[in-house]
Design a binder for this molecule. Structure first.
Ligand code: PMP
Length: 412
């Protein structure tokens, strides 16, 4: 499979969109955010593959930026959601599925005594912060520098349209750095409401870092001492690494957890899960949204979690991730590139050494697109259980050709 760079349907759609949508596209698919050569519009997806507007097929390693966990159009998940749609997805209130899903969260997630459901990851991170403040009566939220928690004023990576007051009670520290966390705690004084951490360090355009268990324990002990809430932002990693919660294996329990992306395999859903200590605060705040009672996404999530618990889907994703990582390591070596591959194999991050302006990464990913694989030059990627060994091997063959094409950039 080799595509021409010409994707006139994409250009046509972007030209039309530019007349009626600010910049023609918002967020991470805006032209200034995505690398050269990337299609911005898609026509369909299936399993681990996506098709652009022109009809070009790609083996996909972005998984819709996370939501695709069990394969696009997973038949079992979609059947569960469509059965709810046949009855009416949106009613005046939820169906029984809400209770069933909350029970499943409590049974499955190691720290959860309750759960509530929303639509987007930012709903969940913002609600966690609100619940922490409602519980503690304090205001300061400690946030790791460079971590992404959403695109609303208190946490957006952009300051355009954001006031200083919106961030007045946010204090920054460095992920995995206990001294820096201690300094932030001291700056919060007796007004500390929460420490907010992503599952691991997965910031844009830098090597990923697993959490240091000693650092997590330190954060936990600060919260135990001060009464502040430890919030796990599991929006990106949640259910892909461990269905019990991404810190279960580190034996550190947060007080609150934010979920979205993969929890309903692409059906729109977010969740806040919390411990008993947070229940009072969670019961007092007002939180809602027009579509938060929709039952189709809840049914999709129940089925997704069921599949994760009953099958070896997560072990399979990990095995495919290891195959991907090993393959990339040997391809890079073969072409004389030093490639940094960091973080969990299920969520790969590829960075070329000595590539500060991403010249090599952008050229490599653009070449990879031509050979039919969709990678990302500076954001972590995702594997799903629909990736089979053959797909990975086909992707590696394409990556090998792409790296050969850009070999002239080595040390240039
Ligand atoms: N937290 C993390 C760690 C995320 O990765 C994201 C989305 N990339 C969010 C929060 C915000 O989620 P959403 O875009 O669904 O609002």
């Amino acid at each position: 499979m080799e595509h021409s760079l010409n994707n006139s349907r994409d250009s046509e759609l972007l030209a039309r969109a530019s007349k009626v949508v600010p910049n023609g596209m918002w967020g991470h698919m805006a032209t200034r955010a995505i690398g050269p050569g990337y299609p911005q519009f898609f026509s369909k997806s299936d399993g681990c593959r996506v098709w652009d507007a022109e009809g070009n097929e790609y083996i996909d390693f972005m998984c819709a930026w996370g939501p695709n966990l069990l394969g696009y159009k997973n038949a079992e998940v979609d059947a569960a959601a469509l059965a709810e749609i046949a009855n009416g997805d949106i009613n005046n209130g939820p169906t029984e599925k809400m209770v069933e899903l909350a029970e499943l969260f409590v049974d499955t997630i190691d720290y959860a005594d309750w759960a509530l459901f929303q639509k987007n990851g930012t709903d969940a991170t913002t609600t966690c912060v609100t619940i922490a403040r409602a519980t503690t009566g304090k205001r300061k939220i400690l946030v790791a520098r460079g971590s992404y928690h959403g695109a609303v004023p208190w946490c957006s990576p952009s300051v355009v349209g954001v006031t200083t007051e919106d961030r007045a009670h946010v204090i920054l520290f460095d992920y995995n750095d206990a001294t820096s966390l201690d300094e932030a705690v001291a700056a919060a004084g007796d007004d500390l409401a929460a420490i907010l951490l992503t599952a691991f360090r997965h910031d844009l355009n830098r090597d990923q870092e697993m959490p240091d268990p000693a650092f997590l324990r330190h954060a936990r002990s600060i919260c135990d001492k001060t009464g502040a809430a430890l919030i796990l932002d599991d929006v990106r990693a949640g259910f892909r690494l461990d269905v019990r919660g991404s810190w279960a294996k580190h034996r550190v329990k947060p007080d609150l957890g934010a979920y979205s992306k993969a929890i309903a395999n692409g059906w729109p859903l977010a969740a806040v899960a919390g411990s008993r200590r947070m229940l009072d605060g969670a019961s007092k705040i007002f939180t809602t949204g027009s579509f938060w009672y929709g039952s189709a996404s809840m049914a999709a999530s129940i089925k997704t979690i069921g599949i994760l618990k009953e099958t070896d889907a997560l072990a399979h994703i990990e095995a495919m991730g290891a195959r991907f990582r090993d393959g990339f390591a040997s391809i890079a070596k073969g072409h004389g590139f030093v490639l940094h591959q960091t973080g969990p194999v299920q969520m790969p991050m590829l960075r070329f050494q000595d590539d500060p302006d991403l010249r090599i990464a952008n050229a490599f990913c653009a070449a990879a697109l031509r050979y039919g694989i969709y990678l990302h030059p500076k954001h972590n990627m995702f594997l799903c259980s629909a990736h089979q060994a053959d797909d990975i091997d086909q992707a590696l063959e394409a990556a090998d050709k792409a790296m050969k094409d850009i070999a002239h950039l080595r040390g240039a």
